[in-house]
Ligand binder design. Structure first.
Ligand SMILES: CC(C)(COP(=O)(O)OP(=O)(O)OC[C@H]1O[C@@H](n2cnc3c(N)ncnc32)[C@H](O)[C@@H]1OP(=O)(O)O)[C@@H](O)C(=O)NCCC(=O)NCCS
Length: 166
């Protein structure tokens, strides 16, 4: 398996029940900095997240990873669902650009490969589209998603995991 490079002082681990407040705080920091384009809204955020964290990831096939700094603060989050979709990858504004997003993405990619997935798909916010392109994901078109009105413009990205070295 390809080595995952994690920035110094950062630990990647599976999310647990006690992370709810930390992930909600992280989502609020993202929301404040990158507006509604990111697909989060203060109102609809907490309940689905609670559901995600409370489900048994093994049973449901949903795996949530978090990045924690030396102080125990959550600075990043991302998940892989049972269908091979990447869900809610985001990094705290103050920690962006330091390699946490790519480390989380690499961890999620490794899990998708362990699960025998041929590809990963992601509905990326337009603000993070260049990141996915940089990570070797191929743009497959645009989509409008979400429960808000107007719906949120996203870009569908895919990565083939069957190719050698992917
Ligand atoms: C997009 C995001 C997940 C990337 O995580 P990150 O930790 O900042 O990214 P990394 O530091 O691992 O960067 C990896 C590479 O992608 C590039 N990159 C990261 N974010 C980028 C962006 N928004 N635009 C262009 N390039 C970007 C970096 O420059 C780096 O390139 P390099 O290897 O040439 O140096 C993170 O910046 C984020 O959450 N941004 C908020 C944007 C948003 O709206 N997110 C959706 C919330 S639902």
């Amino acid at each position: 398996m390809r080595e995952i490079i994690v920035p110094a002082g950062i630990r990647l681990r599976r999310a647990r029940d006690g992370d709810l407040a930390g992930v909600a705080a992280l989502s609020r920091r993202i929301l404040r900095s990158s507006n509604s384009l990111c697909g989060l809204s203060s109102g609809d955020n907490r309940a689905p997240l609670q559901g995600q964290l409370r489900r048994d990831p093994q049973e449901e096939g949903l795996a949530i990873f978090v990045a924690e700094n030396r102080e125990g603060r959550l600075v990043g989050k991302g998940a892989l669902d049972s269908e091979g979709w990447l869900k809610g990858l985001y990094v705290s504004p103050a920690a962006q650009g330091t390699g946490i997003g790519s480390a989380l993405l690499a961890r999620i990619r490794a899990l998708a490969k362990e699960r025998g997935r041929g590809k990963i798909r992601a509905n990326a916010s337009v603000t993070s589209a260049r990141f996915y392109a940089r990570m070797g994901y191929l743009r497959k078109g645009g989509r409008l998603v979400g429960r808000t009105r107007p719906k949120i413009p996203t870009v569908l990205f895919e990565k083939d995991l069957s190719a050698w070295g992917s």
